[in-house]
Design a protein around this ligand. Structure first.
Ligand SMILES: Nc1ncnc2c1ncn2[C@@H]1O[C@H](COP(=O)(O)OP(=O)(O)OP(=O)(O)O)[C@@H](O)[C@H]1O
Length: 645
């Protein structure tokens, strides 16, 4: 086709008739085509081809001019500017873009932008919580739409220097744009991981370094009102791939025993002190600190962790243990932690519980299963299969306890970080996990006290932190004395150690616009809640009773079967033979049990197994904790932190 156009092009410049002849010679059938066009469409094909050829020549001329221009441009750029490039995944990349969004794009009236409704992805809480509902969403703030530079170059003046920032297109949008010749900025939206090149007119990189510092300072200021939470969202990815900003939560808004709170804050303050690090290093002690926050759901374990991160200006690295696929992933995530940060391991009891519980069950039901000898092994293996299928479905952790212990204080474990672990079932935790060095303090967060309920009431209806009336509810401006009186009444109506703070908060939220209503209806609410708690207890009691009854019946049936079998043996030899057979069956079963349950998981006496024969520590601190929801002892080797709301 190109040669045809070239030939046709020459035809206009040379003598027309010889060229047509030439064309006919080179393209057989050309004259037939020409006659057809002439007769039916009244068009002269030769002229059409000539015009097209001229346009092609002009375009390739323009292309080569463009290429030359581009070469000259880059030569000048290289000669006249200094530059620093920033990788797509570097945090600085995002900080530069944010700075440009706030300082350049908004002011310069740029016409080609990219928009994001989540300046930083905000979907960390989307992973499944298996056991309970959260009531935490009132803290979430909707992110305003943020406008950022799109692909290409943004130029601006900063501190009297001329800067250019190029956002480089690397993704599949490039393929489309080069294929369709669409300019990059119209071909697709940046995905957020495009590299940047920051250029500055002049031959020194110093102005760029200063500019990058400004971007960092600006980002720090923006962050002051937020906590940065980093999570690993993709199940089989080993990086902290998602960052979310959560509004700062003051420690005062997490209600529990003030003395314990102060002790905890002082402990962390002391740990973060530069002299403490030196102290640890000089004495060869690994510089790490671990805390276990435990108690029923909805008592503030997560809220306290977020508040502590805000209080100490630390980034929070959050791992929901049931979502961690295996030890290798856990190890890679821990290796990627920065030296100074707060790591929150949620629902730590999900690790290694299954094996322990199973083993315990086996021990408890040893005698009955021994007597059985009736193919329980098959049932066990079926149950194993069921369990792992359900693990898979529910996203339960496949990490082993030894894997977890290894990342907590193994050789490769990062120093200088604080680990907070949360658990609803501290009694199921292995002793190896909660030993000092891994867990230095255990803090029980329990049911709410009348005093904490009173404070929660004040927080709900009082003025905002800056002393202003609640901005969204200006009508709700109670005189301070009136507010305090209502809060006292409310607190007095809440029975001690019965409700979780989340329950009380839920009630108050339902009366968000009516402090008088909240105070007036609280007695009725308490009565209703107590009734439903008692109904639930009664239901549990009946279910337990029915389980016990069934177990008794099973045992009776077995005893009957045994007695019947015994009647068939009338000599001492027969009875002896029967005894030997039973012993043999018992041994077989024991051996099988050992093979099934042995070795993979480090087992230990649970915190909450006071008084069992195997438990070397029948009075273990958390054993008491689990037995009663009241104040609980601290780790025996640490200054006692015990807590009751
Ligand atoms: N001690 C508390 N003080 C103030 N608010 C609380 C407290 N405990 C819980 N809440 C409120 O209840 C909700 C749930 O709290 P949070 O998620 O911190 O509980 P949790 O103990 O971590 O629960 P889970 O064990 O289910 O993870 C939050 O909205 C929080 O504000």
């Amino acid at each position: 086709m190109n040669s045809l156009l070239a030939l046709a092009g020459t035809s206009l410049l040379n003598d027309g008739s010889t060229s047509v002849h030439d064309l006919e010679r080179r393209v057989p059938g050309f004259s037939v085509l020409r006659d057809f066009f002439k007769k039916w469409l009244r068009l002269d094909v030769t002229t059409l081809l000539t015009v097209a050829a001229l346009m092609g020549a002009a375009s390739s001329g323009a292309q080569s001019i463009q290429e030359t221009g581009s070469k000259i441009y880059w030569w000048i750029v290289r000669f006249l500017t200094a530059s620093i490039s920033i990788g797509g995944s570097d945090r600085l990349n995002r900080e530069v873009l944010n700075w440009l969004g706030a300082h350049v794009l908004a002011k310069k009236g740029t016409r080609i932008l990219t928009a994001s409704s989540e300046s930083i992805r905000n979907d960390a809480w989307s992973y499944r919580r298996v056991s309970q509902e959260r009531n935490d969403y009132h803290h979430e703030k909707r992110m305003p739409v943020q406008y950022l530079p799109t692909f290409g170059t943004t130029w601006f003046i900063h501190n009297r220097s001329i800067f250019m920032v190029r956002r480089i297109l690397t993704s599949s949008a490039h393929y489309h744009s080069s294929w369709t010749r669409t300019p990059d900025e119209y071909a697709g939206a940046p995905e957020g991981d495009e590299p940047l090149v920051v250029m500055c007119l002049g031959r020194s990189v110093e102005p760029i370094k200063r500019f990058l510092n400004s971007c960092r300072e600006f980002a720090d200021k923006q962050r002051e009102a937020y906590i940065t939470v980093r999570i690993s969202k993709r199940r089989y990815d080993e990086s902290w791939d998602t960052t979310i900003l959560r509004p700062l939560r003051p420690l005062e808004t997490v209600h529990f025993d003030e003395k314990i709170k102060d002790a905890l804050v002082a402990d962390i303050e002391n740990y973060l002190n530069v002299n403490t690090r030196k102290f640890y290093n000089r004495r060869g002690i690994p510089y790490r600190r671990g805390f276990l926050l435990y108690g029923p759901p909805g008592t503030g374990k997560t809220s306290l962790s977020l508040a502590l991160a805000g209080r100490f200006g630390l980034e929070l690295y959050l791992l929901h243990m049931p979502s961690v696929s295996d030890d290798a992933v856990l190890e890679k995530l821990f290796t990627a932690l920065p030296p100074r940060c707060l790591v929150l391991l949620e629902d730590i009891d999900a690790v290694g519980i299954k094996r322990r519980t199973r083993k315990k069950d086996e021990t408890n039901s040893n005698s009955s299963s021994d007597d059985d000898g009736d193919g329980d092994g098959d049932k066990d293996s079926d149950k194993d299969k069921e369990d792992s299928a359900s693990d898979y479905a529910q996203g339960r952790s496949h990490c082993t306890l030894s894997g977890l212990l290894n990342v907590l204080d193994g050789v490769a474990s990062q120093e200088g970080r604080i680990v907070l672990m949360t658990s609803n079932f501290a009694e199921k935790l292995d002793k190896a996990l909660v030993r000092p060095g891994r867990v230095d303090r255990m803090i029980y967060l329990g049911h709410i006290s009348p005093r904490s309920s009173e404070l929660m009431f004040l927080r709900m209806y009082g003025p905002d932190a800056d002393g202003a009336a609640p901005a969204d509810r200006p009508a709700l401006q109670l005189p301070p004395d009136e507010l305090r009186r209502l809060a006292r009444e409310f607190g007095a109506a809440i029975p001690a150690e019965l409700f979780t703070p989340a329950q009380v908060q839920g009630y108050l939220l339902n009366h968000r616009d009516s402090p008088f209503g909240a105070a007036a209806e609280v007695d009725q609410w308490v009565r209703d809640e107590v009734r439903s708690i008692e109904a639930a207890k009664e239901k549990d009691r009946r279910a337990a009773e029915s389980r016990r009854k069934k177990k008794r019946e099973r045992k009776l049936r077995k005893a009957k079967r045994l007695a019947e079998a015994m009647q068939k043996y009338d000599s001492d030899e027969d009875v002896e033979q029967l005894r030997l057979q039973m012993d043999e069956a018992k041994k077989r079963k024991k051996k099988k049990g050992l093979l099934d349950g042995g070795g993979a998981v480090v087992d230990g006496a649970g915190l909450g197994s006071p008084g069992t024969a195997e438990d070397p520590n029948p009075n273990g601190a958390a054993g008491e904790a689990s037995a009663t929801p009241g104040p609980v002892k601290d780790h025996p080797d640490t200054n006692g932190v015990s807590e009751g709301l």
